[in-house]
Design a protein around this ligand. Structure first.
Ligand SMILES: Cc1ncc(COP(=O)(O)O)c(C=O)c1O
Length: 396
């Protein structure tokens, strides 16, 4: 019998499990208000190097408009390999992707079978749980300990088991700003070896590490290196998030499989834009950019702790995870606070709950992006100066 057309369309369990973006209403309101966006990681700093824009014009003008070799333009892969901390063969170990977002999906699809477990740190980038689910995997979260989001070896060990297929890390982390220490990476390596798991690490903020810390790539850690897949991005280093350029770095054998998956997902990303980055003179001086980013972190800390938020300073990346409970006196959660701040000041932050496996654990947090121009941060400071959440006397 033919199916009735009134039936709701069938969707897969994987798709049905995705939550979608719950903040549409907030972003719509922010647009209407012309708010200052301190919510998203879209780079306001650094700026795209002028040479890169010209190179894109040139590539388009030169007719570089057709398919290229799916794993990416070789000059770009060479440039990416040069920027990595460990020797990397651009021909066999680097694959250019549609942003880190596609890289992450490819990595998971290449490693996970339905029902396999993936260990990840919590709070974390909300895309991670969604991408694991879409790949048919089961997220196993390890709660980082408040207030400074340290990883307890015992908590980590408890998450591993016979169904663990992969560990998904992110250092420096979104939203915590944590940079995993060599000790933490060492304990992950021990468990990864014991349970023979693949280790995927999102290192998109690897260039932005502060206060003299060293950013350690998993490719530098014995026990992790041999089982590593690095997810990288040009979105942040080059401030070209709209170009959708990212990459995967893995050994030649894993790379073969990753490329097979990529042939199915996108078969490669925008040819002229790849050519442009490969041909442009050089990226921004990332050492200077990291120092400048730390200056912005300090400005943002001053503004938001000055309001009464409790924040553990980010060690890297571009986000602060801020506890607003002292500021609100517990009278409202992070979501209500976000709406009130937007309403009263035209400054948009984002509720932190969606970064947590258990939203209740993140109820009192908001996330703030500080990769902004200093002038923007000054304007934020001016706008929030006399803000008091409802229930508090204003203008005191
Ligand atoms: C941790 C993390 N990974 C990946 C991305 C997305 O990277 P891309 O623009 O290369 O897809 C973001 C964006 O904010 C992020 O915070």
């Amino acid at each position: 019998m033919a199916r009735s057309t009134n039936q709701r369309p069938h969707i897969s369990a994987r798709a049905a499990a995705l939550q979608g973006n719950s903040l549409g209403e907030l972003f719509q309101l922010a647009r209407e208000r012309g708010a200052i966006d301190m919510a998203l990681g879209t780079p306001g700093y650094p700026e795209p190097a002028a040479g890169i824009i010209q190179a894109a014009h040139d590539a388009l003008g030169a007719g570089r408009n057709q398919y290229v070799f799916p794993p990416g333009d070789l000059a770009l892969r060479e440039r990416i390999a040069e920027g990595l901390p460990t020797p990397t063969d651009p021909r066999t170990e680097v694959t250019v992707t549609v942003g880190a977002t596609e890289a992450l999906c490819i990595a998971l699809l290449a490693v996970i079978d339905p029902g396999d477990e993936v260990v990840l740190l919590d709070p974390g980038y909300e895309q991670f749980r969604a991408a694991i689910t879409l790949a048919g995997g089961v997220p196993r979260s390890v709660a980082l300990r408040e207030p400074d989001w340290r990883l307890e070896p015992a908590d980590l060990a408890a998450a591993f088991g016979p169904r663990t297929r992969a560990v998904l890390l992110n250092s420096p982390g979104n939203p915590t700003g944590r940079v995993l220490t060599p000790q933490e990476l060492g304990s992950i390596a021990e468990l990864a070896q014991t349970w023979d798991t693949t280790v995927i690490c999102d290192e998109v903020y690897g260039s932005f590490v502060f206060d003299g810390r060293l950013s350690t790539s998993i490719t530098e850690v014995p026990g992790l290196a041999e089982r590593s897949i690095v997810v990288g991005s040009l979105s942040k280093d080059y401030a070209i998030s709209g170009w959708r350029l990212g990459f995967l770095r893995a050994d030649a054998e894993r790379t073969k499989t990753l490329r097979h998956v990529q042939e199915v997902t996108t078969n490669g990303t925008a040819a002229p834009l790849q050519v442009a980055v490969g041909a442009a003179a050089a990226s921004a001086d990332l050492k200077v950019a990291a120092e400048e980013m730390a200056r912005r972190r300090d400005l943002a800390l001053e503004i938001f702790t000055g309001m009464g938020m409790r924040i553990t300073p980010a060690e890297g990346g571009c986000f602060l995870l801020a506890d607003v409970s002292a500021l609100t006196g517990g009278r409202m959660d992070g979501r209500a606070f976000t709406f009130e701040l937007l309403d009263a000041t035209g400054v948009l932050v984002v509720p932190g709950a969606s970064s947590f496996a258990d939203p209740a654990r993140g109820a009192n947090y908001v996330r703030i992006a500080f990769n902004r121009q200093v002038g923007v941060l000054d304007e934020v400071a001016r706008r929030v100066r006399s803000f008091r959440p409802a229930g508090e006397q204003r203008g005191v």
